[in-house]
Design a protein. Structure first.
Length: 373
């Protein structure tokens, strides 16, 4: 009985693979030294392909289904091994199961910031990350370009290379787009779709298909984000004076509710602070009100009184105002024949011929008549 079990163990009559992992891309069927029985059953499940390799050469590829391994459905392997008609002996061949399902939630991201020119911030450093999905596009290319003789090939062995391709193309596309950093969030879908179409042919070189790429986040440096947050906070507060008064009033109320010594001292301090703030506000309001009112009308300067020079005994005297000239006329020092001059006159003129001095002589009585003997 033991001999019969040993003989039966030398031949494999069912070839199948049940995948319990989440990242296996290619798995080589473990037959060890055993041979595959002619007429054995091959089970290929949905999301799988099975490829037979003979001495390093790819032979037949099977899609999902159940097959009986015979000469009819192994035409390439039959040719490579030189099987004759009526072949019914066990044979040796490597069987690779290739997962054709979609692998999702693979990560990509920039290891170092991307230096870009931005319309709002000038030179800026950006980081980006997201996810992408792949699946097998061509079994033969995948086995030839990536797997080789690897018995268990997982997505971890290719994701670094794929990530480098994505980041390189993403940086190039982002630099050429000239999209402002603050507007990138509204273009995530467009960037993802464009990058997917751009680099899909490069994935096919490895026998893979890039099914979808998502841009999840493009971030600015922490110091720039902090400045934006501060600016947003100021905008959310609105009227800073009103907000300051509200905070002071709230603090004053809290201090009033605390009857302790510390609370009383705090209340006094807060009261002084509120009073100072109110005083400053009233001063600012007064200054603003004064600035908003039109300037007070200022009367023009009083016109300067007329000034005349007089000629007395061949000497220039003066200048004298009209009041002094009136007094001189009353005392007889100034007569109608006295020569006078003021700025604007062409020459010295008799006082009686100057119109502005007519009122002086009108008030001066004529000389007394001579008394009778």
């Amino acid at each position: 009985m033991a001999i019969w079990d040993k003989i039966r163990g030398q031949f494999i009559d069912i070839v199948e693979w049940t995948d319990s992992s989440s990242n296996t891309l290619v798995y080589r069927f473990q037959r060890h030294a055993n041979e595959i029985k002619f007429g054995a059953k091959l089970v290929v499940r949905e999301g799988q392909s099975a490829a037979f390799v003979n001495q390093g050469k790819l032979a037949d590829v099977f899609e999902p289904g159940m097959y009986t391994l015979e000469t009819d459905n192994l035409p390439i392997l039959s040719t490579l091994q030189g099987w004759k008609y009526g072949f019914n002996s066990p044979f040796k061949a490597e069987v690779y199961f290739v997962s054709t399902r979609r692998f999702t939630d693979l990560k990509w991201g920039t290891k170092n910031p991307l230096m870009l020119r931005d319309a709002d911030f000038g030179l800026v450093r950006l980081r980006a990350f997201g996810t992408y999905g792949i699946r097998t596009h061509d079994v033969a290319v995948l086995l030839r370009e990536l797997v080789g003789t690897d018995a268990h090939f997982t997505t971890d062995k290719i994701t670094d290379q794929l990530r480098n391709i994505i980041v390189s193309r993403f940086a190039d596309i982002l630099g050429e787009s000239n999209i402002p950093a603050l507007d990138l969030v509204s273009n995530y879908d467009e960037l993802g779709s464009f990058i997917t179409a751009k680099i899909r042919p490069e994935f096919q070189v490895y026998g893979l298909e890039l099914t979808k790429l998502l841009v999840e986040n493009i971030s600015l440096p922490p110091e720039v984000e902090a400045a934006i947050d501060k600016r947003s906070s100021i905008g959310a507060v609105g009227n800073l004076n009103a907000f300051t008064q509200f905070q002071a009033a709230t603090a004053l109320e809290d201090a009033a509710n605390n009857p302790g010594a510390a609370g009383g001292a705090m209340g006094m301090g807060m009261g002084m602070m509120v009073g100072g703030q109110m005083g400053n506000q009233m001063g600012n309001q007064t200054a603003q009100a004064s600035a908003s009112q039109p300037p007070t009308a200022v009367p023009p300067p009083i016109p300067q009184a007329a000034q005349f020079f007089t000629a007395v005994n061949g000497q220039q005297t003066g200048p004298f105002g009209l009041d002094l000239l009136g007094a001189q006329a009353s005392g007889g020092q100034l007569t109608r024949e006295t020569l006078v001059w003021q700025a604007g006159m062409a020459q010295w003129t008799a006082a009686g011929d100057v119109a502005r001095l007519a009122s002086i002589f009108a008030q001066t009585p004529p000389p007394l008549p001579p008394q009778a003997p």
